[in-house]
Ligand binder design. Structure first.
Ligand code: ADE
Length: 233
């Protein structure tokens, strides 16, 4: 059966997974990242903490594919909301992911476009989008969820003008710091993926305070959806 690689960027995002896994093997370290193999609700999983940002996420994703034979990659964690319909705690399931900080506009490229590359907006896998959507419809009783574009960059966004740009011009539902790197590596390796994010903040002037307050609760919500997904995959 397929091994599912599950990535979080921070301890809060993977702690409940590590608690829930059984038959855990001794962690294996590759490229400075610790990977834990085991079973979760009867499925083979490898869980790891990538660290923050696109380079860490890219390294981790490639190791999951090459060293652990992951046949699919899921990300679980938190993000800043861009779509005004989203409140703290709400969920975004990636339809696709794009790097919002890729900027070759002086050369005539739109923001987010990587020159000389066929794809800059990496589509998530329809089967796993549907799995996540069905999980949300079962699990998300008090919170909204939507399927939308995830924007990733190596910056913590805490500015409502930036939010306006990322939402209105770049069509982002939420902003975080890893999804597009995972999406690009998965695309390059023909491995399906989906990113799941619960909103910890609104990426505005209060984002730092809200992030500190709501990251644990939002991480738990994302975990609960992953747990439902794994039971139905
Ligand atoms: N992850 C959670 N909130 C974020 C924000 N405001 N910007 C970037 N990544 C985030």
């Amino acid at each position: 059966t397929t091994t599912i690689g599950i990535i979080g960027a921070m301890d809060e995002e993977i702690s409940l997974l590590l608690q829930g896994m059984v038959e855990q093997e001794q962690p294996e370290v590759h490229a400075g990242v610790s990977f834990v193999k085991g079973r979760f609700h009867g499925k083979n999983v490898v869980v790891c903490k990538s660290g923050v940002g696109k380079v860490n996420a890219a390294i981790t994703t490639q190791v999951l594919i090459d060293c652990f034979g992951a046949g699919v990659i899921w990300f679980t964690g938190v993000a800043g909301a861009l779509d005004p319909a989203l409140n703290i705690g709400d969920i975004v399931i990636s339809s696709s992911c794009q790097q919002h900080d890729m900027d070759c506009s002086p050369l005539g490229y739109r923001r987010g476009i990587t020159p000389f590359q066929e794809v800059s907006d990496f589509p998530a896998d329809p089967r796993y989008i549907k799995l996540a959507e069905d999980a949300c419809s079962r699990v998300c009783k008090q919170h909204n969820y939507l399927i939308g574009r995830v924007l990733s960059g190596d910056q913590f966004v805490a500015d409502s003008e930036v939010v306006r740009f990322l939402y209105e011009v770049m069509d982002g539902a939420c902003v975080e710091m890893e999804g597009a790197a995972i999406g690009q590596v998965c695309h390059t390796n023909s491995v399906p993926y989906v990113i799941l994010r619960s909103m910890s903040d609104k990426a505005d002037g209060t984002a730092n305070v809200n992030f500190a307050e709501f990251t644990v609760a939002a991480s738990k919500r994302s975990f609960e959806i992953v747990e439902d997904m794994i039971q139905h995959v």
